[in-house]
Write a protein that binds this ligand. Structure first.
Ligand code: HEC
Ligand code: HEC
Length: 193
């Protein structure tokens, strides 16, 4: 009798377990599946948990698509990003860019603003906008972006590790201190997308 009961409860346990295991496959939408592997570094809501990684929520769609293509083709490289897109089609990349661009992102303005960074910004605003938001679909917003990430991009542009005709010139004209100040400034002003 005891053994029978054990068998029955074991069988119930197995059935319950099996149904729990199959639920996520049915519940996840196509975009959830496409972006599942991205969440660890870019956040499920597109807001990165580390200052060294970029938030993607609210970023310009055309810009995101260009970067996704650049990583996939190997034109832009990074140890953490290389191979992330190898199993994605061009149509997948369009959907991913559309998805992250559509997510809202709110970051409050910091209580202190780096004034030296604000001065450096004078040479950035013609393209990145008065408040770090661009009017051009293919140019990135900077407002609210993580400063560790922004600083690394400026250094990569300056050393030409990251290729951009415009930014290679602009970044090479900045001192390291100016890069730090302006990266901090753009994170501190926060944003709402
Ligand atoms: C292991 C961590 C990690 C994972 C997983 C990851 N990324 Fe990234 N991603 C990064 C890092 C780090 C960078 C910044 C690279 C650099 O410094 O140039 C980046 C950069 C990007 C950028 C460029 C952002 C910008 O502002 O230029 C896009 C777009 C992007 N990732 C999309 C994705 C997508 C889509 C996925 C999933 C398919 C993904 N990433 C998975 C770490 C990751
Ligand atoms: C003439 C237009 C122009 C000006 C001026 C300009 N930028 Fe850019 N910036 C761009 C473009 C275009 C890109 C995208 C480059 C690419 O395609 O990889 C970019 C990219 C960037 C990125 C990378 C963002 C990301 O998400 O990876 C940073 C950081 C940046 N710019 C900072 C600055 C700073 C700081 C200044 C001022 C000192 C500045 N830019 C001035 C056009 C400009």
């Amino acid at each position: 009798m005891k053994t029978n009961l054990k068998n029955v409860s074991l069988r119930i346990l197995l059935i319950v377990n099996a149904s729990i295991l199959t639920v996520p496959t049915f519940a996840s939408s196509e975009i959830d599946t496409l972006t599942a592997s991205c969440s660890a570094c870019h956040g499920a809501d597109g807001v990165a948990p580390s200052s060294d990684w970029p938030s993607l929520a609210g970023q310009k769609q055309g810009y995101l698509l260009a970067q996704l293509k650049a990583f996939k083709s190997g034109h832009r490289t990074n140890v953490l990003m290389d191979n992330q897109l190898s199993n994605k089609s061009e149509a997948d990349l369009v959907k991913i860019a559309q998805h992250y661009a559509s997510l809202s992102f709110k970051k409050a303005e910091s209580t202190s603003i780096n004034k030296d960074g604000e001065n450096v910004r004078a040479s950035c605003l013609s393209c990145h906008g008065m408040i770090g938001k661009t009017v051009n679909e293919t140019w990135p917003n900077l407002a609210g972006q993580n400063q560790g990430y922004l600083l690394k991009q400026l250094k990569d542009f300056s050393s030409k590790k990251r290729d951009s005709m415009i930014m290679n010139v602009i970044a090479s004209e900045l001192t390291e201190q100016e890069m730090k100040d302006v990266a901090q400034y753009y994170e501190q002003i926060g944003s709402e997308y």
